[in-house]
Ligand binder design. Structure first.
Ligand code: UDP
Ligand code: LCN
Length: 787
């Protein structure tokens, strides 16, 4: 018999009329119970147990099953017998089986014919990191793993490294070593000693090394360095690595040795273009992210290739979907160069019906599964024709990650995937109740694709720790894929382990030419003054705006996002409308979607537009709120943030959930104090009280008060505004820049490129398992999605 206090709570919970309760619901229930049972000790009424926080309860009149989280990304499961009073710890598998039984129509006895998935046996070749602190620090973890392997098995690893740098790659890089002259480690060590002696002499004499003629005869080829000093250093690193391997030497050697000149980026869905697309359905931060990312990568690739003494020029191909009926966006153009780069190109390839005919119209990101495999094959042909292969393939979002995985497997390229936003955590219990919404969202296909993407990836890029493993209170997006079940479809016993060293926090930045501090008076874009004046204060009626600000002396509160439900712009309007103090202190400027409902063809957006109008009417906000339709000019937008900063206002990002939130970093980069959602990336981007504040979308009243308090404090003491503004600038400059991003990504490509080579036979099992899953599970599911 258990005597745990929580047992009492479980007995009471047994009367609940729902069968599955998540943590927030449990806490709400606990609160209600507590207020009506004040005689019971608070210790008894606590969802934080000796086994960790309770995350979920499965409820049955005779028993309760609990999932608990003793620490970030670790889980334990228990079953309480309410009749006999016992508690037993149960396995993940047993818990998932019980959980399935909570859904009407499922048996829950483990006997149901259902695909059971377990990726863990295939990923053991990379030992997982120890605890929560190591999660997401893949550079360090991989360096350590590879160096340990080197120390254990110097001959096998040394030979593998020799072969790795002696290959002529499909992308045309000349090898660093001629395998005919240096076939084995002993010869390599001898050759290195001779070369180092020559280089030492050459350095002492102050002359050029006459590299090709003097070192080529020993078997050394391209890529050792642009000058004598660098060649010497690189050779020194290799000698040291062969004598006494350590993580730092290995990382530095690989960073210098691995040539990366061709990158393919997949981003099929939405309207991917450089102008007039932001704010359209499925078209937001991912587009901005990729355009800035390729600029950063091209620069860093070039820097590294030059330092290696290689002649190759960086080439980047961004592959997206060609939309014949492009709605004036330019997404019907097969090719264009990415502005601000020398050679990065956007290549558009159409989706095709089985007949071969191109799909003419835009397709929601939830409906494109039947087209993906064909799209991958067509893309592969283009890549081979244009580049011969790829050193790195980068996937974006579920569809891009799938395509990238398929193509990378066939080309043998290093693969990284970027989720941007995993849909599973955005929707309430979306896996358990998948059948209720599959006609609309097709999560049966998408969640399968996500498993394929994340397990295929050599390394995964995440924008924040939050995205991988959440925090003490909240489960991370990737973490939610560790174990889950989709009754009747698949029981995922181990989907991904977030302790795997493949996980890396590599945060994006902003384009500093557009998003720079408001007090950089020389850089300010005066040409937009009149336009912005008219946008914010103009009184001419206009179908793209509503509301005219009556008192222009007040600071401005500003928000800008797609008019998507999850962005919660309507929520912000309600917070503002419901708080007269805030209305007195500041005006509100909202940029999002369309103001004219007839201009929108997206169902969710239309609903939001109507709600915006209803709230404007209900609270009578036409004198203090200016609502403008989506603004797609990025230079103009940069200046808007700064104009808001001039007014000593603030940026508000009220989303229900935000994976990262580029607008948050954009605002902060201009020195605009920012209040952003406590759910998701912004929780980590902003240090509350230092570089901004967090708002809770579930508590609008408190959020509105927090903003009003800040504005009042600033009225009394303007240095308060300056303090947060300065804090925001320092925070982004130290962490969120594309230089840091590009350097880390290329280092990861080098480390994992070698890791992939070294562990290629161990990986083969995983590849086969994934292939079978794709063919037997994903393909029929995708075929069910209507075209
Ligand atoms: N954006 C824009 N105009 C709009 C709405 C958004 O230029 O009307 C830009 C915004 O500046 C940011 C991106 O679109 O660069 C949105 O990215 P974020 O990560 O904030 O959200 P997402 O849309 O990706 O969910
Ligand atoms: C998608 C989102 O929802 C945003 O939170 C991110 O900032 C954006 O992608 C870029 O990664």
């Amino acid at each position: 018999m258990t005597t745990e206090p929580i047992f009492e709570l479980m007995k009471q919970l047994g009367h609940h009329d729902k069968t599955v309760l998540l943590r927030d619901e449990l806490l709400a229930w606990q609160e209600t119970y507590r207020s009506s049972h004040q005689e019971v000790s608070p210790d008894v009424l606590c969802m934080d147990t000796a086994f960790g926080q309770v995350q979920e309860a499965l409820i049955h009149p005779e028993w309760i099953a609990l999932s608990t989280r003793p620490e970030v990304a670790r889980w334990r499961f228990f079953r309480y017998d309410l009749g006999r009073g016992g508690r037993e710890e149960i396995s993940t598998l047993a818990y998932l089986e019980i959980k399935e039984g909570q859904v009407p129509g499922s048996r829950g006895d483990g006997e149901e014919e259902i695909l059971e998935l377990d990726f863990s046996p295939f990923t053991r070749f990379y030992p997982p990191g120890e605890g929560p602190a190591g999660i997401g620090n893949g550079v360090e973890a991989m360096g350590r793993i590879l160096a340990n392997r080197f120390a254990e098995d110097p001959h096998i690893c040394g030979q593998a490294l020799l072969e790795f740098i002696s290959r002529r790659t499909a992308t045309g890089h000349l090898p660093m070593i001629d395998p005919k002259l240096i076939p084995d480690l002993a010869t390599l060590q001898e050759a290195l000693a001779k070369a180092e002696a020559i280089l030492e002499k050459s350095t002492a004499e102050g002359g050029a090394p006459g590299f090709n003629s003097s070192l080529g005869k020993f078997g050394f080829g391209a890529g050792w360095g642009a000058d004598t000093a660098r060649v010497r250093e690189t050779m020194g690193l290799l000698s040291r690595l062969l004598r006494q391997p350590d993580a730092e030497t290995l990382q530095t050697f690989l960073e210098r040795a691995v040539p990366i000149s061709t990158i393919v980026v997949f981003t099929p869905h939405g309207y991917f273009g450089q102008d007039d697309v932001l704010g359209l359905p499925d078209t937001g931060g991912q587009v901005v992210y990729i355009l800035d990312q390729v600029r950063g990568l091209e620069m860093e690739m070039k820097r590294r290739l030059v330092a290696q003494g290689r002649k190759e020029e960086p080439r980047i191909l961004v592959i997206t979907r060609l939309i014949p009926d492009a709605q004036g966006t330019g997404c019907d153009r097969p090719m264009e160069t990415v502005r601000g780069t020398e050679r990065a190109v956007i290549l558009r390839i159409p989706f095709r019906y089985p007949s071969g005919e191109a799909v003419p119209h835009w397709i929601s990101r939830f409906d494109l599964w039947p087209f993906m495999e064909r799209f991958a094959r067509d893309s592969e042909k283009e890549i081979l024709e244009r580049l011969g292969g790829a050193d790195l393939i980068i996937g974006n979002y579920s569809d891009g990650n799938l395509t990238a995985a398929l193509v990378a497997r066939r080309l043998g390229a290093t693969l990284t995937t970027i989720a941007h936003a995993l849909e599973k955590t955005k929707y309430f219990n979306s896996a358990l109740y998948w059948q209720d919404q599959d006609d609309h969202y097709h999560f049966s296909s998408q969640f399968s694709v996500d498993l394929i993407g994340m397990n295929s990836a050599d390394f995964i890029i995440a924008s924040t720790y939050q995205e991988i493993a959440g925090d003490e209170q909240r489960v991370g997006q990737y973490e939610s894929h560790m174990a889950f079940t989709m009754p009747g479809l698949q029981r995922v016993v181990s989907g991904i382990d977030v302790h795997n060293p493949k996980f890396n926090i590599v945060s994006p930045g902003v384009n500093p030419e557009l998003f720079f501090p408001y007090d950089n008076t020389e850089g300010r874009l005066g040409e937009f003054s009149d336009t912005i004046e008219d946008m914010i204060y103009g009184s001419e009626p206009h179908h793209g705006r509503r509301g005219v600000l009556k008192d222009r002396n007040k600071p401005l509160l500003f928000t800008m996002a797609r008019l998507d439900k999850i962005k919660n712009l309507t929520g912000l309007l309600e917070w503002y409308g419901g708080n007269p103090r805030l209305q007195k202190l500041a005006n509100l400027v909202v940029i999002g979607g369309f103001v004219d409902v007839e201009a929108s063809s997206d169902r969710e957006e239309r609903e939001q537009i109507l709600t915006m109008h209803r709230l404007m009417d209900q609270y009578g906000l036409d004198d203090s709120v200016r609502w403008l339709k989506a603004s797609t000019d990025r230079r103009l937008n940069g200046e808007i943030y700064r104009v808001v900063a001039d007014s000593r206002g603030a940026f508000i990002q009220p989303a229900w959930y935000e994976a990262f939130g580029l607008t948050v970093v954009e605002a902060m980069s201009t020195g605009l104090p920012t209040f952003a959602t406590c759910n998701g990336g912004p929780k980590e981007v902003i240090v509350a009280g230092e570089s901004g504040y967090h708002v809770d979308p579930a508590d609008g009243a408190a959020s509105a008060d927090l903003i009003a308090d800040f504005l009042e404090r600033c009225q009394g003491d303007p240095s308060e505004w300056q303090r947060i503004s300065q804090g925001a600038l320092e925070r982004v400059q130290s962490r969120y820049t594309w230089e840091i991003y590009a350097s880390k990504t290329l280092t990861l490509t080098a480390l994992h490129g070698f890791g992939k080579w070294l562990y290629r036979s161990e990986r083969e099992g995983l590849e086969r398992y994934l292939e079978m899953y794709l063919r037997l599970q994903y393909r029929p599911l995708a075929a069910r999605v209507p075209t």
